[in-house]
Design a protein around this ligand. Structure first.
Ligand code: GRG
Length: 308
């Protein structure tokens, strides 16, 4: 049973060995990232060490796993999806490095280690984030494009999810909401952009790498959107219920800086219900796959029940 909810896994996902699946996706993603990034010794070595420090600091690799699982659901291959899975992880890691900076959340601890700016200094941390964002586009631009989704479509997808209307916009709204009274609708606006946009992008890119149909892409969009929202609600819950050691980052930070969160607005119990309802909607979105999206189902269950 999970820390955040008391819900059992759905029947199909329950028979799926997610631990083994995540071990395989994580190993494959780490190998690909190592291959796709400049070596730590490439000049100037400091920036490449800093990029690799945060990228290989022990993240859960959930976005790449969602991308690979979405490709599988559309009968695609890990090989075709892998560059896009890596591109999304580079963007995610950049956002964490920048989010931890003193000018943003000012955190000392991330993925169980000192934050990038604590190790390399603020200037290099800003540049490591910039370089990872740029690296994502370099990787995506070299992927094997599918017939329905040329490189322009892939690059547009990543740019839109990361830009001022989504990821960056969500961060701006989040910063501006600190210490303010925020409605549930405003909070959803923030979560949609700050978190759901990139998870949705990961699932959509997985589908695109498999040359998915328009109907499959709609289903993956719907799934990613709801899983992404549930992910952030659970993240809000864990910030209150877990310790820093369990999370690998500073716990209790949201309350300390009066951040708008679901537990702050509707309380823990209601937040758990909302996360479960969002996950149910994510499961419902997978209906068109008629049982062939088992890995996505298992991942949605895991994300709802995770404890870090
Ligand atoms: C552009 C500066 C800038 C920031 C972008 C996304 C973002 C805005 C900031 C990151 C901070 C944050 C809390 C985002 C919400 C998404 C989230 C819950 C991230 C943590 O994801 P996990 O749990 O992390 O998957 P790991 O370390 O496991 O990869």
């Amino acid at each position: 049973m999970s820390v955040a909810t008391n819900r059992p896994a759905p029947a199909r996902a329950a028979g799926f060995d997610l631990d083994a699946y995540l071990a395989r996706t994580t190993t494959a993603v780490n190998r690909a990232l190592d291959r796709l990034l400049p070596k730590a010794t490439a000049r100037p070595a400091t920036i490449h060490k800093a990029m690799r420090y945060s990228l290989f600091a022990g993240g859960k690799r959930m976005r790449p796993a969602l991308c690979l699982a979405a490709a599988e659901a559309c009968d695609g291959s890990w090989g075709a999806a892998m560059p896009l899975a890596c591109a999304v992880e580079c963007i995610h890691t950049y956002s964490l490095i920048h989010d931890d900076l003193p000018a943003m959340d000012n955190d000392d601890f991330r993925r169980g280690k000192p934050t990038n700016h604590k190790v390399f200094g603020e200037g290099i941390a800003v540049l490591a984030g910039d370089a990872l964002l740029t690296q994502a586009f370099e990787i995506a631009a070299q992927c094997r494009a599918a017939v329905r989704y040329p490189h322009g479509t892939i690059v547009l997808e990543i740019a839109r999810a990361s830009g001022s209307l989504q990821l960056v916009g969500g961060q701006v709204a989040d910063l501006e909401a600190e210490g303010q009274t925020v409605s549930a609708a405003q909070l959803r606006y923030i979560h949609e952009r700050k978190t759901s946009a990139l998870l949705g992008c990961a699932t959509r890119l997985g589908g695109m790498s498999a040359n998915c149909t328009a109907a499959q892409l709609r289903a993956l969009t719907d799934f990613g959107y709801h899983v992404g929202l549930a992910f952030q609600v659970i993240d809000d819950i864990l910030d209150v219920t877990q310790t820093s050691a369990q999370l690998g980052k500073t716990a209790g930070k949201d309350v300390a800086v009066q951040k708008a969160t679901y537990p702050a607005i509707v309380g823990l119990e209601r937040s758990r219900k909302i996360a479960a309802q969002l996950t149910d909607k994510a499961f419902a979105a997978l209906k068109p796959f008629r049982g062939r999206a088992v890995a996505l189902e298992a991942l949605a269950t895991f994300l709802l029940q995770r404890d870090r």
